[in-house]
Design a protein around this ligand. Structure first.
Ligand code: FES
Ligand code: FE2
Length: 335
């Protein structure tokens, strides 16, 4: 198993229209296009004739036509030359699916599980993409510890002055890592806190599990009174998928759901979906911005002054290496 051998999101559905789109997944260039029935297809983004990007071409019916000399390719990668009719070829094609506002892709010769994102009782809020200027491991590190929430975030996180009170627990299995945190919430925007029914000093709960085929973390966020007897009116579930573009850039796809205890259809969440979407986009952008400021992009953790929040870094690295990258057990890429 290698980095491509998973069902991974590669593009927002709304970005794939009449024109083909080129993406790079773990260093591999892929051309995505929609066939005449609207279904997405994916083939190598390198024309086998003379290596033009097929994503620079155009879609004709169910085929992608290369812009350079007009070879056409179907969803299975079968290509024909217009100038030499008996000349044909076959390029790499991929299995493609569309779900949760995303186009997903995997190689044809593997059968990984498709991640289960169905959330009965929750309302879909938004599907977003962020491009992170950092390698995969450093991006995962950022989303997998909450020590930075005191300084970096506005909504989801802990009061910086009381960060020492935050409880952190880890539960690791062979193929998952769970982190369970609770502690005094940040001081939130008054309107937002009032809308959600959060009071100063309430406890913020942040409980997530990371899985490695594909590589994603599922976060549950909610607030309670300090004694746990009262819960705020809204809770969130976020799926964050990490997809390496290349060694320096990681694409982060997020699918967000929320659940409200207010009366009425969907607990009134449809009315404030725009506000929740803005909040999620801003919080993820805050993470992205921080990664712009890394002094270097070495992914090794040896020699770092790791805190009680950072045990997760070693746990996720081992599983990224073994499960996501498919490297032999015991060999963790430290640099
Ligand atoms: S390079 Fe694509 S048709 Fe020639
Ligand atoms: Fe963060």
């Amino acid at each position: 198993m290698g980095m491509l051998d998973h069902w991974q999101p590669v593009l927002l559905s709304r970005q794939l229209r009449a024109r083909p789109v080129g993406v790079t997944v773990a260093g591999v260039p892929v051309a995505l296009f929609r066939m005449s029935n609207g279904e997405p297809a994916a083939v190598s983004d390198v024309c086998p004739h003379r290596r033009l990007k097929l994503s620079a071409g155009e879609v004709i019916g169910d085929r992608l036509r290369c812009r350079y000399h007009g070879w056409t390719f179907n969803a299975c990668g079968y290509g024909e030359s217009p100038a030499t009719p008996k000349m044909t070829t076959c390029t790499t094609s991929y299995d493609v699916r569309e779900a949760h506002g995303l186009v997903w892709m995997k190689p044809r010769d593997c059968e990984p599980e498709f991640p289960d994102l169905d959330m009965p009782g929750y309302l879909p809020i938004c599907t977003l993409e962020h491009s992170v200027p950092a390698p995969l491991e450093l991006t995962v590190d950022n989303f997998n510890e909450i020590e930075h929430s005191g300084t970096v975030h506005d909504t989801f996180g802990y009061d910086l002055d009381r960060l020492n009170e935050v409880k952190v627990r880890f539960e690791a299995t062979d193929d998952s890592v769970r982190v369970i945190n609770s502690g005094p919430t940040k001081r939130l925007n008054h309107l937002f806190a009032w809308l959600l029914g959060i009071r100063p000093g309430d406890t913020f709960h942040d409980d997530w599990t990371t899985r490695f085929s594909p590589l994603y973390s599922v976060f549950d966020h909610w607030w309670t009174s300090p004694d746990g007897s009262r819960e705020a009116m809204v809770r969130w579930r976020l799926y964050i998928f990490f997809v390496p573009q290349d060694e320096k850039t990681t694409r982060v796809f997020s699918v967000t759901y929320a659940k409200s205890r207010y009366p009425g259809p969907a607990g009134g969440l449809r009315l404030v979906r725009w506000l929740l979407r803005r909040e999620i986009a801003r919080e993820i952008q805050a993470d992205v911005s921080m990664l712009y400021h890394m002094a270097d992009f070495n992914t090794g953790i040896e020699g770092l002054k790791l805190s009680r929040f950072d045990k997760v870094l070693g746990l996720t690295r081992e599983r990224i290496s073994r499960i996501y990258r498919g490297q032999p057990a015991g060999r963790v890429a430290l640099a």
